[in-house]
Design a protein around this ligand. Sequence first.
Ligand code: SF4
Ligand code: SF4
Length: 124
Amino acid sequence: MLNMTPTVLKNLLQKSSTRMYPIEKREPFERYRGELFNNIDECIFCKKCQIKCPSQCITVTKDKDSGTGTWICDPFACVYCSICVDHCPTNSLYMKPVHRAPSAEREMMEQTGKVKPPKKKAKK
Ligand code: SF4
Ligand code: SF4
């Protein structure tokens, strides 16, 4: 027991190596892939994100009669790889460098917008 005393005292006196999350939040690193968003006004419902997503968590549908499209994403299945963002032809998908808020219920992200003709991706 006496052998452990210096270690116990050292651990009691030094700063904690963990944070009191969510009270104390760490600033995200540069290029942190925190949360996926879709600027639905720019979305053309081309389904590229749905096809490329390795987690199959995106569903895109189009209703020809009403001329609207729906983009649905399951954030609980998303692995935040950013592949959908890289393949989106209109740059409507983007990642925000923020920590996604914890949730006890599984909620889907669902957005609806007008279907527009395809346009080329803007050069970065
Ligand atoms: S790839 Fe982009 S434009 Fe195409 S459906 Fe997905 S979010 Fe919309
Ligand atoms: S970030 Fe990756 S896992 Fe998440 S929706 Fe996009 S492609 Fe799918």
